[in-house]
Design a protein around this ligand. Sequence first.
Ligand SMILES: [Zn+2]
Ligand SMILES: [Zn+2]
Length: 364
Amino acid sequence: MKAAVLYKPNTPLEIVDLQQQGPQAGEARVKVMAAGVCHSDWHIMNGDWTLPLPMVLGHEAAGIVDEVGAGVTHVKPGDHVIFSFRAHCGRCFYCSIGRSILCEGHKSVRWAMLDGSTRLKRDGQDVFQMARIGTFSERVVCPSEMLVPIRKDMPWPQAALVGCCVPTGVGAATRAAKVESGSSVLVIGCGGVGLNVVQGARLAGAARIIACDLVDRKLEFATEFGATHTVNAKRENVVDRARELTGGRGVDYAFDAIGGEATTLQIVDAIRNGGTAVIVGMAAMAVRAPITPYTMALQEKTLKGTLYGTVQPNVDFPWLVDLYMDGRLKLDQLVSRTYELEEINDGFARMLSGEVARGVVVFS
Ligand SMILES: [Zn+2]
Ligand SMILES: [Zn+2]
């Protein structure tokens, strides 16, 4: 079984043959059909996030269930599923209050099965799975609770994106910030996640959507996804532009889809008094940003974070799929390029160059 494995930070992924154990109780095996190339994988590849290796990367994917272990009832062989990259036990405090992304019901590490054991080996060595799934792989064995069944007429590359960048972005606007109709929104960073914040704001009825990036091609994508104004931060000051476009007041909501010191400070500066700034993009672990508590209080600003768009995968993935099938969610335009598994390192190079909205590995 072929998979793309990271052995050492700052080295290319290796396409290798792995031995895979079948699903045990509560687990399922999925034939992966498509898997998106995401910045979160890159954070592990470049050492921003230090995780145990070797590990199969990939966490944004869809496929077909081909075998289930004992006791699995909510999916069956033949079901089309999207992977959720967060397990949810369904019983803990957070699952009970509808915040399953924060599930605290599993104590085991997030790169193995729920009991802490692994299903992949190469030459006798354990191989971990990113986010317990590791989807740059022909087949994935994972906890079945991480699989969300979807309708069978949904195309694969588009379905894969509903596993990470689409809910993360659309959810940030609609679920985490609850953007209101008629409001003004700034989105910094127009990659796969940022473009989905833009379209989430459009779906929520935002009147003014200002998109900011350093790459003009990405700003063109943003306009296609619903941005009313664009700012190239190489040429213009994004905070000044956001103020200018809102009568000097600042935007109601600002989103950082990148995750970094400068952009965190920019979203806080760009919102009006009483406004909400949301950290969406995942920064490197070591990044710090100096917030001024005095002005946060004085100006009644809110700074919040969101993981996975604060969605509930079992509810929101089918919702996003329906929105796409109804023609209201743009996903075709996100799939700029598809790759074979063997081309995956090229996929990361193209992601970093900013030439693609999203690249997707497709499996035959
Ligand atoms: Zn991702
Ligand atoms: Zn839970």
